[in-house]
Design a protein around this ligand. Structure first.
Ligand code: IMP
Ligand code: MG
Length: 189
């Protein structure tokens, strides 16, 4: 991680606001394959329901589900905790709820990044109350030393420094989600 320089950089349109590559597209692809393989083994006899937390986890979800060799089902929910700023307010609002019933399902929450952990903590309680048989988390990124709530994360893609990052689903003011790598953000919020 972090071994790539700006020379590897292809997203000219975003260049001005991006710092270094934090996780490259290749590193993401390799790790997502590993996570897919791991989940395929762990859930071999009980294909999970993958719950994507919109919008940030959408790229991760699309790649992860194709790396899992099981008849998984998917659903989406949208929460809002940030507004337009880069620090969490701690207040989570459900913007879109699930369509499926969780009773007796093996559920895996697919998240983009765990920062303070407040969003995930809220989601776990919210979904846990619907009687799933199991409820685990697969987070692409975990911010080092930032958690205000103790988290047990079954699957983590990468542990990264606490800086704000964008790309591969992660945004600032709804932009940069379409970058194929993860970059530190150095622009104006
Ligand atoms: P938490 O509640 O502080 O853990 O924040 C989790 C949510 O905040 C994530 O699902 C993201 O949507 C957003 N977030 C946290 N850190 C970043 C970041 O570095 N870039 C973009 N979004 C972030
Ligand atoms: Mg966001």
């Amino acid at each position: 991680m972090g071994s790539l320089s700006r020379d590897d950089f292809t997203a000219r349109w975003a260049e001005r606001d991006l710092g270094e590559v934090v996780v490259s597209a290749k590193e993401i692809a390799d790790r997502v394959s590993e996570l897919g393989r791991q989940i395929s083994q762990d859930y071999a006899n009980r294909p999970p329901l993958l719950v994507c937390v919109l919008k940030g986890a959408v790229n991760f979800m699309a790649d992860l589900m194709r790396a899992i060799e099981l008849p998984v089902e998917i659903d989406f929910m949208a929460v809002s905790s940030y507004g337009a700023a880069t620090k969490t307010s701690g207040v989570v609002r459900i913007v879109k709820d699930l369509d499926v019933d969780l009773a007796n399902r093996d559920v895996v929450i697919v998240e983009d990044v765990v920062d303070s952990g407040l969003t995930l903590n809220y989601l776990r309680q919210y979904l846990g109350a619907r009687s799933p048989r199991s409820l685990e988390v697969c987070a692409l990124l975990l911010k080092e030393g930032e958690q205000r709530v103790e988290q047990s994360l079954k699957y983590v893609g990468f542990t990264i420094p606490a800086d704000f990052v964008v790309g591969y689903g992660l945004d600032v003011n709804e932009k940069y989600r379409n970058l194929d790598a993860i970059y530190s953000f150095i622009g104006e919020v």
